[in-house]
Design a protein around this ligand. Structure first.
Ligand SMILES: C[S@@+](CC[C@H](N)C(=O)[O-])C[C@H]1O[C@@H](n2cnc3c(N)ncnc32)[C@H](O)[C@@H]1O
Length: 222
């Protein structure tokens, strides 16, 4: 089926809150485990693009005292929730920096991150190459990159089947978001073409489940 983009930022208060309250324990811990399985224990400076309520960066920081995370999102409603979650754990305040800025306008003081991660951001973007340009710009040579997102199903019926299978108990606003996100998602083949166009051939895309793909690898030396 054709891609139909959705609004980029998740800045509705109700939408952000419903998202933050949803149970992402399984996929988010799988994201962290997947990072560790590919690259070892995280260390150094990690950049998370499109962090939402910051569940993944907080998990990383909790797990690895050697890590500092810069977590960014363009939606003030999401960053508000992220700040609240981080500040509830005083030990993490110094190691998780939260930045509210759209990806396309991001101007962090320093590049050279040791790892760049992102979960479920790419499908929001109307122009996906801005994302890969940010990965390239902020990652140092040798940096670990782990990006996960939804894969667009072949039909609206298949999309509805995935929503019914995995979000049956979620509130309607979240089910609707999920359905729209599946329509907005890229296929692994499209992501592969984006990586090639961005000159990031060292990163590989693979199917990760019936509804996800993963991009991973290390940035090559210039
Ligand atoms: C589906 S949520 C994923 C949040 C988080 N990564 C997670 O795994 O729970 C997508 C996030 O991307 C953010 N986003 C969408 N477009 C963006 C953009 N252009 N710049 C920065 N953040 C953006 C949204 O505001 C939202 O918080």
């Amino acid at each position: 089926m054709e891609r139909s983009p959705e609004p980029e930022l998740m800045d509705g208060g109700e939408q952000a809150l419903a998202y933050a309250r949803a149970d992402f324990e399984e996929p988010n811990s799988r994201f962290v485990e997947s990072f560790v399985a590919r690259f070892g224990e995280p260390a150094g400076r990690v950049l998370d693009l499109g962090c939402g309520p910051a569940d993944i960066p907080l998990r990383l920081a909790r797990r690895s005292p050697a890590v500092t995370v810069t977590a960014t999102d363009g939606a003030p409603a999401m960053i508000d929730l992220a700040v609240r979650a981080r500040d509830a754990e005083p030990a993490l305040r110094q190691r998780v920096e939260l930045v509210c800025c759209p990806l396309q306008a991001l101007q962090l003081l320093e590049a050279g991150y040791d790892a760049v991660i992102s979960n479920s951001l790419l499908h929001h973007l109307h122009e996906p190459m801005a994302f890969w340009a940010a990965v390239r710009h902020y990652a140092r040579a040798g940096a670990a990159v782990l990006v996960m997102d939804l894969a667009r199903p072949s039909s609206p019926e298949a999309a509805q089947g995935i929503v019914d299978a995995y979000a049956a108990d979620e509130p309607p606003v979240l089910r609707e978001d999920f359905y729209n996100s599946l329509h907005a998602a890229f296929t692994p083949a499209e992501v592969g073409a984006q990586l090639e166009a961005a000159g990031l051939e060292e990163l590989a895309v693979e199917a990760a489940s019936d509804r996800h793909w993963i991009v991973s690898g290390r940035i090559a030396a210039a």
